[in-house]
Design a protein around this ligand. Sequence first.
Ligand code: N01
Length: 542
Amino acid sequence: MGDPKISSEVEGLDVIVVGAGLAGLYTLHKLREKGLRALALEAGKDIGGTWFWNRYPGARCDVESLEYSYSFSPELEQEWCWPHRFAAQPDILRYINHVADRLELRPFIRTSTRVVSAVFDKATDRWSVTTDKGEVLQSPFCIMATGNLSLPRVPDFPGLESFKGRWYHTGLWPEEGVDFSGRRVGVIGTGSSGIQMIPVVAEQARHLTVFQRTANFSVPSVNRPLTPEADRRHKEKYRTWRDEAKRTPFGIAGHPPPTKSALDEAPDERDRNYERKWATGGNISFLYAYNDLLVNKESNETASEFVRKKIRSIVRDPKVAALLCPNDHPIGTKRLCLDDGYFETYNRPNVTLVDVRSDPIVEITPKGLRTGTREFELDDIAFATGFDAMTGALLDIDILVKNGARLADKWAHGPRTYLGLMTAGIPNLFMITGPGSPGVKTNMIASIEQHVDWIADCLHYLRDRQIRYIDADESAQDKWVTHVNDVGDSTLYPLANSWYVGANIPGKPRVFMPYVAGLDKYRAICDEVAADDYRGFSLKST
Ligand code: N01
């Protein structure tokens, strides 16, 4: 490839944005609005991020469409019509493309361009960003809009290369789709992706074998078409809904905070309440049945057991039902899945559930897959095995300061950030919804908008004062990390072996990464920090 060349084509950039999903696109728009010259580099051959890559059958968002959309533009929100209560992946991708066109962002995006390294030079206060094509782009600031669930992970099973059939990962699904008609399909994994995909694949495949390591909680989505009347009613009060969303921990309106403990309710009434929530659909509705489901084990057990009873009532074979009943984590401490007929699928004659906890997968063979005790013949394998979440995509890029710190070393024992926005010792590089921020525990778009607005205001502040350098202070970062951990430890979340703690990646340090005090509280802290001249950050003029 020869020596990397500093690109002269894109000179005078203020900011390089890595990623052109929902975060990258809004970043581009916001920065350009502020008069900053920004360019986004996107690994995918088109924009969309998560919604570009995750095209598996049944992929859909678990936040309601009218909430899971940008709030910054009243025009956008009025002109767009969502067909369903919970939007399907193709509709979300269509929306993203519409936004990019509407805001005329495409000229500022380079697709099919993967960033491989980013090096900051303190002598010039500039980042040099190298792409997979060997090109080097420079700018004083870098914004990582790389997503939290964007580095798909295929487990290290021996023999995959020998497999004669087709195999896929949910997070790298082929654009042209996959026809499973008449085929023997194996799905490995029963997280949100597997649980969404399994009912759809079961309808197509000749036979579907689900390889489950850990049973997972799921509640019905109760998805439905959005009627023009519902759309009109919501849009009439869109501003009010958005304002309400800003005052909530999840960035989602329409769910008044519960005031009662599950233990203060009589068991019959409690079951009636859970029954109402089950019939309403949605994971927030269910977890907001009581105010202590995520902090009190005994309260949580009432909700967990309600769902187990549901599973036993839906699944006809008691042995299969028992296998599907989660028993190793409190409900909600892993992302609570939303499904459309997931448990019902196990009543189909063409679906088999295999417990790979008691009988683990040992290898992929040319004909299929072998567990400790038997071989399964498969035509296709779909890995719904998740992602190296939150830190994976960032650490996949070699981020370092010339003659100085490297992000991978700084995070060797788990990610450390100040406000989830910056890491001390890595100046002028911001993260959108990074570890230590509430992002993944909220409506992602609401968090993205909050982060981007804050960063854009910060860059504006720096420019006004001719400040070229910003870095988080170690002491502010230490305090923030302690606070994030304390808040996490006051909840039940760390009890689950989830991607929130990195448990799905062998060897990954076990650290509970999201900030779970709520987006409302986090927003107030970030605003306070900014109002206090970016307390906890060191700013230097030249
Ligand atoms: O991934 P996951 P995902 N052998 O990590 C299993 C978002 N999302 O892609 O639990 C056998 O949750 C693993 O088993 P275990 C959402 O935030 C949102 O489903 O580790 N099995 C687990 O069952 C979600 O949380 C939406 O024991 C293995 C599964 O694979 C996040 O993305 C839709 C294994 C991985 O589950 C990730 O969801 C989809 C092995 N070696 C995703 N390794 C919506 O908005 C892993 N597994 C609805």
